[in-house]
Design a protein around this ligand. Structure first.
Ligand SMILES: *Cc1c(COP(=O)(O)O)cnc(C)c1O
Length: 347
């Protein structure tokens, strides 16, 4: 009789929150669907697709559009079926059996999850009390433990905090490990290292269209790295990893600079409202911490997290519960208003 091996035996498929809620603030998605004028451009592109043919293996036009938007060279960009695919791919291809990788905590849980599937050793570096990374200590840990790959989100999901460009540069230039900066939320901040990508032999930056761009449904992620690393990523990925529909959409969306910039401003404004409202609420609580955020969500620590989460659900509002913390996505202005009102009611 066939038996599943140890590493997958106990695994269960990923399950997002089920049920329908009027206000979804649990997955850091963009709160609005795409506007009609962009959908129209997309529909036109759809008409050009040869559905009987395999997609372009290097997603050339998509990658050009992305590269132009961010001001990087297209040959340094690899498109993926969401950045999740690229994370798995990079961990599995850039590490060999016996190699060690390092994650930080708290951070996006998928990094460590994939490491167990890849059968590589994964060590954890803990953030300090204020949930910041002590960069010098991180550098020391990487070098002292022969770490081959270090991977973390910047800005961080779930804390909403980030390290500056200067700190990131110091890190990358002080270690020989491969550094992967997951900049999924860097569209909401200004400390990207994208323009420095060619200065380093050991840097990969990940980007996604699932957050600011608002197309989580289409699964579009990107890895940006120097020519040597880029070539390796392209060589190990499955040939047709990004389907033609997603490629067509991505090509269109990154040509709409003004739209994306306006959306960015709105989301950041809503995040500020959410943050300020939460800080106000926290003033009357002795044990509630609201962390400042450079992303599109706010992280809150409170012993009543579970209770609050349950209460919000009764109001048809869903946020993310993470142990004794809540991660609340900045929705639309109305959604933020309703959520803050519900929280005030709760307290
Ligand atoms: C949402 C998110 C992503 C995006 O993943 P996709 O697969 O591109 O949707 C990547 N990294 C982090 C830290 C995220 O929070």
């Amino acid at each position: 009789m066939y038996e599943l091996n140890q590493k997958i035996k106990e695994l269960v498929p990923y399950e997002p929150i089920s049920g329908t809620y009027n206000i979804r603030l649990d997955a850091n998605e963009c709160p609005d669907n795409l506007p009609d004028n962009i959908l129209e451009q997309f529909h036109q592109k759809l008409d050009e697709i040869a559905f009987n043919r395999y997609p372009n293996p290097l997603a050339l036009r998509l990658v050009q559009s992305f590269a132009r938007y961010y001001g990087v060279k297209p040959e340094l960009v690899t498109a993926g079926n969401g950045s999740d695919e690229l994370i798995f791919l990079i961990e599995s291809a850039f590490l060999e059996k016996g190699d060690k990788m390092l994650v930080v905590s708290p951070d996006f849980s998928m990094y460590q999850f994939y490491s167990s599937i890849c059968e590589v050793e994964c060590e954890t570096f803990f953030k300090n009390e204020s949930l910041d990374i002590d960069v010098d200590a991180l550098i020391e840990t990487i070098n002292a433990n022969d770490i081959k790959l270090v991977l973390f989100s910047n800005p961080c999901n779930p804390t909403g905090k980030g390290i500056t460009r200067e700190q990131a540069q110091r890190l990358v230039s002080s270690v020989s490990a491969l550094v992967i900066l997951d900049e999924a939320y860097m569209d909401f901040w200004t400390e990207s290292l994208l323009d420095k990508i060619e200065d380093y032999s050991n840097l990969i930056i990940l980007r996604t269209a699932s957050k600011l761009v608002g197309s989580a449904a289409l699964r579009l992620g990107f890895a940006v790295a120097n020519p040597v690393i880029s070539r390796a990523i392209k060589a190990v990925k499955s040939p047709y990893n990004v389907n033609s529909i997603s490629q067509a959409f991505g090509e269109v969306i990154y040509q709409n600079r003004e739209y994306l910039q306006n959306r960015q401003k709105t989301i950041v404004r809503n995040k500020e409202t959410l943050y300020n409202g939460l800080v106000d609420i926290a003033k009357s609580q002795t044990d509630m911490t609201v962390y400042s955020s450079v992303a599109n969500f706010v992280f809150v620590k409170t012993p009543r997290a579970k209770e609050i989460w349950e209460y919000l659900k009764t109001k048809s509002i869903v946020v993310r519960l993470m142990g004794g913390c809540l991660r609340i996505t900045a929705g639309t202005a109305d959604e933020v208003g309703e959520t803050l009102a519900a929280l005030k009611e709760f307290f």
